[in-house]
Design a protein around this ligand. Structure first.
Ligand code: CTP
Length: 401
């Protein structure tokens, strides 16, 4: 129960899917968390659950029809759009996502959504093959680009009989995401310089050496920073991720390019978070033509890349410096050593051999160590949640200065 804040309004759009029953529970949790809840149901949703259920739980009339004169005079679709502190669609069908992406507003939900200025959180839920459909995926990318937020469906048994990704997340998790999006803008004074992803060090025009970094941690930090009001510059190696709406993206490939971009941006930032898995080595020689296959072993000679973070640590210049340490052994000792040697304020260490931790997944298990020597081992959590924990820690360090 959140008691020390003004009552916030969540407008909840419910569309026609079997997961509608979970939206009922979501309304109950929102009301319990002191939200005013206003529900809009599509025609399809009303085939699964009656408006009376939502009306009883929310304590407010349920809006269904843009041409209903009684509803329009009592609620008013623009009034509904303006009243939202957050707009949630759960469950969201492939159909409604397609309509929103195409700019169609042919029912009350899509019309009100079109008129809202509130942050929008969409929770897709559908059959796994529908979720994987490239048209749906393209629509999700398009909506992410223009600033809509999504909570990913979870994996498990689907009502259609399939196993896979497509289930509506549990109402508690949707509520946690809503609370996260409504956090106060406590980083409004920060200009974060965040690096993400791997580097690629070319061997010849078609080959390179790289590492398994996906960029997800750095992108999660960028999203969390933006959500909390920070200005974010994201220097990113090659990734398959959609850049967060509102970040200034500087795409780079090699460690040398990353170093150049970071040094150029350093003077204007307040804090640097180096989540990138910088390539420690690059080939000494680059062959400008494609190397031919031979019969004898090929030796590739590498030279070290400069340590970007260490270079920043030597300047410091009043900025907070946060590094990551991906380790396979002696986690705490190695992380502390890096913190000291690179003159950092905080290091986020993770044991990449642990299940649920490290490179490609959506979760991480991290230990945060700061320059006072204090260390905090965090449980398994999503990279989005870890991003907020890191930013909380950054603020705490600032306040201690
Ligand atoms: N880092 C960097 N420049 C490098 C290598 C790493 O700025 N050339 C940064 C990373 O972005 C990370 C931190 O330093 O924030 C630690 O990276 P990590 O690879 O764990 O450590 P290294 O210093 O490279 O040491 P080692 O690979 O020997 O563990």
């Amino acid at each position: 129960m959140v008691s020390d804040r003004k009552k916030l309004t969540a407008v909840l759009g419910v569309t026609g899917g079997i997961a509608c029953y979970k939206a009922v529970e979501l309304v109950r949790l929102l009301v319990k968390d002191d939200f005013t809840v206003r529900v809009i149901m599509t025609h399809g949703a009303r085939e699964f659950v009656t408006p009376l259920t939502f009306q009883t739980l929310s304590g407010n009339p349920v809006a269904t029809d843009p041409f209903d004169l009684t509803q329009e005079s009592e609620i008013g679709h623009i009034n509904l759009a303006d009243s939202a502190d957050i707009f949630v669609i759960a469950p969201a069908t492939a159909n409604v996502i397609g309509k929103i992406a195409a700019g169609i507003a042919d029912d009350l939900l899509t019309t009100v959504l079109m008129a809202t200025k509130a942050p929008v959180l969409i929770a897709p839920a559908m059959n796994i093959h529908m979720y994987e459909n490239p048209i749906l995926q393209e629509n999700l990318r398009k909506l992410r680009r223009v600033g809509y937020y999504f909570i990913e469906p979870t994996e498990g048994f689907l009502a259609c009989g399939y196993e896979g990704k497509g289930r509506l997340p549990e109402p508690e998790n949707i509520l946690a995401e809503i609370q996260r999006l409504l956090r106060k803008k406590d980083l409004a004074d920060e200009r974060l310089l965040i690096t993400a992803g791997p580097n690629r060090e070319p061997i010849d025009p078609v080959r390179y050496i790289s590492n398994r970094s996906s960029g997800k941690m750095g992108y999660a930090l960028a999203r969390a920073g933006l959500n909390r009001g920070a200005a974010v510059t994201l220097v990113s190696g090659p990734t398959a991720l959609e850049p967060p709406a509102g970040a200034r993206l500087i795409p780079v490939t090699t460690a040398a390019e990353m170093r150049r971009a970071v040094l150029e941006e350093f003077p204007s930032c307040t804090a640097v978070i180096m989540a990138a898995a910088v390539s420690d080595y690059r080939p000494i020689e680059y062959s400008s033509t494609k190397m031919k296959r031979g019969k004898t072993p090929l030796e590739l000679r590498l030279e070290p890349n400069p340590d970007i973070l260490k270079e920043l640590g030597a300047k410091k210049d009043g900025k907070l410096l946060i590094g990551f340490a991906a380790e396979t052994d002696d986690l705490a000792a190695n992380a502390k050593k890096k913190l000291r040697e690179k003159n950092l304020d905080m290091i986020v260490a993770n044991d990449v051999t642990q299940e649920g931790s490290g490179f490609d997944g959506d979760t991480n298990i991290a230990t945060i160590v700061d320059r006072s020597g204090a260390s905090r081992a965090l449980p398994l959590m999503t990279k989005d949640e870890l991003a907020d924990q890191i930013l909380d820690h950054l603020l705490a360090l600032k306040s201690r200065r």
